[in-house]
Design a protein around this ligand. Structure first.
Ligand code: NAP
Ligand code: MG
Length: 477
């Protein structure tokens, strides 16, 4: 569908330009999408403005919520179709794509149900005054999403914005936007008013930049790299509007000597293999207490070597990465680490008959990684796990905090008090104790500190990001 979805209608981009979309599992072209330019983005923002001032803006919160819950049901009715589309477009294993589509539906269900439960307050003030605190939508919100979890990101950013009554424009990533193109159609089918949800595909530097800089948007929700995050925040500053930035991570998994190793092992592995490591909250730094370092590493190596890498449709443990540039980037980290003499502890394996044109890299386990090495501090965004030994609790906290990022952390220990102490001292948006994983929990506030960004998505808190507080002061004598 090489068209844009604006004001409830499929429209060609003004420039008429389209670009190919490739399947990471095979490298073959599977679709073409439209390349929006500034004039298309302007049309989408104007449609959103009309919606928020018109039919969409007049709906009650309950009516908005009902439409969203209907969309959730429609997504579930089309779960197989969306799963196939998502897996083909991103290369992720079928079972992971299936879970992502369930999460997408869950976002619309959760925020649909929440739409009429956000309310303001009154404040005691001077005699003769009634003070009402009212929650209002921003107006038109802009949403720019990455390619790693396209369906989930769609739900995560748009559902709370729509629940609060904003009209929206989304610019998904050019590498994986096929599920988004289908979801906006499903939304129209359940009766979402024209202009409430507009979709512009195209290049980040063109469509994305035009959207972020548009003078008539009122808020930006961005998920992606820290570099583009800086551009987004600069664009927001020029228009004096707010934004949330969900950026990358280099999240630590801290394994103490007293941890339940059987519990920790499969989770630690999954946290780096899932989505071929292209997860902002990937547990990409494994910190293991020195006294159990050899034993834990040995067991992990054994299971890591059994990880099967292959095309999405055979539902392997790990699929390809998103595109050739990402493959080169990840492979570059692996090659440099080897050249630096960092020991390879284990490598996964390719399935037989790997499609020749796919974008595959072999998941690799490195350790011990020197503390200052790039692999210990930079986000690889691929299936590369760095293991570092630590001495004691103090050292663990220091090491856990020793990157520019602060998104998620895992703490593994049977000592409840120690787990609490460490969790409080790690600087990150989420900490998991004896478990790990941000993906599933639609209910759990999520977001970063430091270079991982600011603002919170997911959970009830996300609704606060998508509204403004108005104080109405009424003197009644
Ligand atoms: P990216 O290059 O920053 O792209 C993210 C989005 O921004 C895409 O839609 C992209 O469009 C668009 N974009 C690119 N340049 C732009 C510009 N100049 N102005 C406006 N928009 C622009 O990131 P990515 O490579 O897709 O994703 C990988 C990064 O995202 C990693 O660092 C990862 O950690 C982070 N991430 C974070 C989270 C989180 O929740 N914290 C979740 C997922 C990913 P095009 O792709 O079409 O160019
Ligand atoms: Mg693709």
């Amino acid at each position: 569908m090489a068209k844009l979805f604006i004001d409830g209608v499929w429209q060609a981009a003004d420039g008429g330009e389209t670009m190919p979309v490739f399947a990471p599992s095979t490298g073959q072209e599977i679709a073409r999408i439209a390349c929006a330019g500034a004039s298309d983005v302007d049309r989408a923002v104007k449609a959103a403005r009309r919606a928020v001032e018109g039919a969409w803006g007049r709906l009650t919160a309950t009516e908005r919520g009902r439409l969203m819950m209907r969309l959730a049901e429609r997504i579930l009715d089309h779960a197989q179709e969306l799963t196939d589309l998502e897996a083909r477009d991103t290369g992720k294993p079928m079972s992971q794509a299936r879970a992502d589509v369930q999460a997408l539906a869950r976002y619309f269900e959760y925020y649909g149900a929440a739409a009429d439960k956000v309310h303001g307050d009154t404040i005691p003030y001077l005699n003769g005054y009634n003070i009402a605190i009212v929650k209002e939508p921003h107006g038109v919100t802009a949403h720019i999403t990455p390619w790693n979890y396209p369906a989930q990101m769609f739900g995560r950013t748009l559902a709370p914005a729509l629940a609060m009554g904003n009209a929206t424009v989304i610019k998904p990533a050019e590498d994986a936007c096929l599920s988004a193109l289908r979801i906006v159609e499903l939304a129209a089918e359940v009766g979402l008013p024209d202009g409430a949800l507009n979709l512009v595909t195209g290049r980040g530097e063109e469509a994305g930049a035009a959207l972020a800089a548009h003078p008539d948007i009122n808020f930006i929700s961005f998920t992606g790299s820290p570099e583009v995050g800086t551009l987004i925040q600069t664009a927001a500053a020029r228009n004096h509007i707010g934004c949330t930035l969900e950026l990358g991570g280099k999240s630590p998994q801290v394994v103490f000597a007293d941890a339940d190793m059987d519990l920790a092992l499969p989770t630690v592995q999954k946290a780096i293999i899932q989505n071929a490591g292209q997860t902002c909250s990937a547990g990409s730094r494994l910190l293991v207490q020195r006294s159990v370092y050899d034993g834990f590493t040995e067991r992990l190596a054994e299971s890591f070597a059994k990880v099967r890498v292959g095309p999405h449709h055979i539902d392997p443990d790990c699929g390809p990465v998103i595109n050739p540039a990402q493959r080169a980037r990840v492979q570059g980290y692996i090659d440099r680490a080897r050249a630096d003499g960092i020991p390879v502890i284990a490598e996964a394996q390719y399935v037989p008959d790997l499609p020749a044109g796919g974008y595959y890299v072999l998941p690799t386990l490195f350790g011990p990684v020197p503390r200052g090495n790039a692999l210990a501090c930079e986000e690889v965004f691929g299936p590369v796990l760095s293991i570092l030994p630590f001495e004691d609790e103090e050292d663990a906290v220091r090491l856990a905090n020793a990157t520019e990022y602060g998104l998620v952390a895992g703490v593994w220990t049977r000592d409840g008090a120690k787990a609490q102490r460490v969790a409080r001292r790690i600087r990150s948006g989420q900490v998991f104790i004896n478990c790990y994983g941000a993906g599933g929990g639609v209910e759990l506030p999520f977001g970063g500190v430091k270079k991982s960004g600011h603002g919170r998505e997911k959970g009830f808190m996300a609704l606060e990001e998508f509204c403004v507080t108005k104080t109405v002061v009424n003197y009644h004598g």
